[in-house]
Design a protein. Sequence first.
Length: 103
Amino acid sequence: MCWCGEAVVYEVLEDKRRKWSWHLRWGYRGGWGFSQQKSQDMGWSRGFLYALFRAFLGLLKATYQFLENFNNPRAALLGFLRDVAGQAGKIGCFLGIRIEEWE
């Protein structure tokens, strides 16, 4: 890998990635995957307790970041909701609530 400060790099976003629903599903699935991996590594009971603890910390972090970035309310709200969806995904994994695919 090499670095070139003069390089121009851009990414074209698909229209579906501009929707809030895509970001919420993305967050949820990330949290779900986290818990699935922890339950495989630690067992169901310990994985659940660990995921619950991490979800609590994640909610605290999401609230802090929301308040810190409130100078851009729309972006702050989207980030907050995406993070909350991720924390919900951590718990949803243990409840069997799965989101299969994107739009």
